[in-house]
Design a protein around this ligand. Structure first.
Ligand SMILES: Nc1nc2c(ncn2[C@@H]2O[C@H](COP(=O)(O)OP(=O)(O)OP(=O)(O)O)[C@@H](O)[C@H]2O)c(=O)[nH]1
Ligand SMILES: [Mg+2]
Length: 393
């Protein structure tokens, strides 16, 4: 297929060869093509970089292309496609308004410098500038909060939680349908968090097996200090739980007691599915009515557990979606830099520093906003965006 410039992905003359998917054939063909003098394989991200340089792609769309390549589920694909279709990118639609406001404030401050003789004719009081800047900073904070999950990693996270040796790893394997994790009678078998994609393709979640979590009281001074490996295992479990959308709480005793004060190990918004594990053994004295009794030995209720977990994950995804923006890591770090620059300007205004200082802080904030919007593109920004591409695309 021949594409004449500028009507190609990169905006340059392009030609596409459609070949049968035989790796051996593709390899021979590539070998024959690069044998021509001056021909070489594309570098990672080169096509997108060329498209950007020819004005065919904005930086935000390049990020979205990366998300498209990395998409592992239909939902991710959808989010990436939407971002790609929108020239302003992925939810940073306020950056224009922020820039306008910063330019307005800067203009007033600069007018003040020009007429510095007339003290009472100052176009903007420092307190007013500080107040207007804090409105911009609040807007950036709100966007950062909504965009803290980026596109390539927004599958609901389902974490198996329980004390050591409560059958988590066995359940993990049973749900996956293969022996992925080591399950053994010793307490403390699992040391790392194992993550696997799980569920139907249209509604995939990340299923995580975690080390058994010790009750807070066990960490008291009377008990020997945990080994570094134990402490590390506890920390990785806590880290996974803190990010969980769904917690599958495994307890063969049916007591579901967190024993001890202290904050819950998972976010308040997480959905909790209670499971009485090892249900083939003697039933617990007073099981919670809402808890599901499962066994990996006779397989009871495993299908029902799968249904409940996916339902909870779906509910978690629904409640998260309206607040979630598809911000790439580049956009998040750019926004953090803008936020810091606006903060510095607001501080200068609050402390009634000279107008020249405030103006210079405002200009720096505008610069970082311009980088975020892709209007100014220092080489390192481009490098960072395009180097993340794994293949020619
Ligand atoms: N009878 C019976 N035994 C089970 C069941 N599930 C797990 N076990 C046994 O319980 C022991 C502990 O299982 P694991 O799956 O390793 O438990 P865990 O919660 O992952 O343990 P840690 O990783 O140490 O926290 C193993 O010997 C399993 O064979 C079950 O449904 N029925
Ligand atoms: Mg385990």
């Amino acid at each position: 297929l021949v594409y004449a410039a500028p009507r190609s992905f990169t905006g340059e003359d392009a030609c596409e060869l459609l070949v049968p998917g035989s790796p051996a054939l593709v390899e021979r063909l590539l070998g024959a093509i690069v044998a021509f003098p001056g021909v070489r394989p594309a570098q990672p991200g080169e096509f997108s970089a060329r498209a950007f340089l020819h004005g065919r792609l904005t930086l935000d769309q390049a990020d979205a292309t990366l998300a498209l390549i990395a998409a592992e589920s239909a939902a991710e694909l959808h989010a990436a496609r939407e971002a790609l279709a929108s020239p302003t990118g992925t939810g940073l639609e306020h950056t224009g308004a922020w820039a306008d406001e910063l330019v307005n404030i800067l203009a007033l401050v600069e007018a003040g410098i020009d007429f510095s003789d007339a003290e009472d004719a100052r176009p903007i009081a420092p307190a007013a500038a500080a107040a207007r800047l804090s409105v911009v900073a609040d807007g950036m904070d709100a966007t950062l909060r909504r965009g803290s999950r980026s596109v390539p990693d927004h599958r609901p996270l389902v974490v198996l939680f329980g004390r050591p040796s409560t059958g988590k790893s066995s359940l993990f394997n049973a749900l996956l349908g293969r022996a992925r994790a080591v399950a053994a009678p010793e307490a403390g078998t699992t040391r790392d968090v194992l993550r696997e994609p799980w569920g139907p393709r249209s509604a995939q979640v990340t299923l995580a097996d975690a080390p058994g979590v010790l009750p807070p009281s066990a960490a008291g001074p009377a008990v020997a200090a945990p080994s570094p490996a134990d402490a590390g295992a506890q920390a990785t479990a806590a880290h996974a739980l803190a990010r969980a959308d769904v917690v599958v709480w495994c307890d063969p005793t049916g007591r579901f007691d967190l024993s001890g004060p202290g904050p819950s190990p998972w976010p308040e918004s997480a959905q909790v599915v209670r499971v009485i594990t090892m249900a083939d053994r003697a039933p617990p004295a007073t099981p919670l009515p809402a808890a599901l009794r499962v066994s990996v030995v006779d397989g009871r209720n495993l299908a029902e557990l799968r249904r409940r977990v996916l339902e909870a994950a779906h509910a978690a995804a629904q409640s998260a979606q309206p607040h979630t923006l598809a911000l790439s890591p580049r956009q998040v770090s750019g926004l953090v830099a803008c936020r810091a620059a606006v903060d510095a300007a607001a501080a200068a205004a609050r402390e009634a520093r000279p107008d020249e200082v405030l103006a210079s802080e405002l200009r720096m904030a505008l610069d970082s906003l311009a980088v975020l919007r892709g209007h100014v593109s220092p080489d390192e920004v481009l490098g960072r965006v395009f180097a993340a591409f794994c293949i020619g695309k």
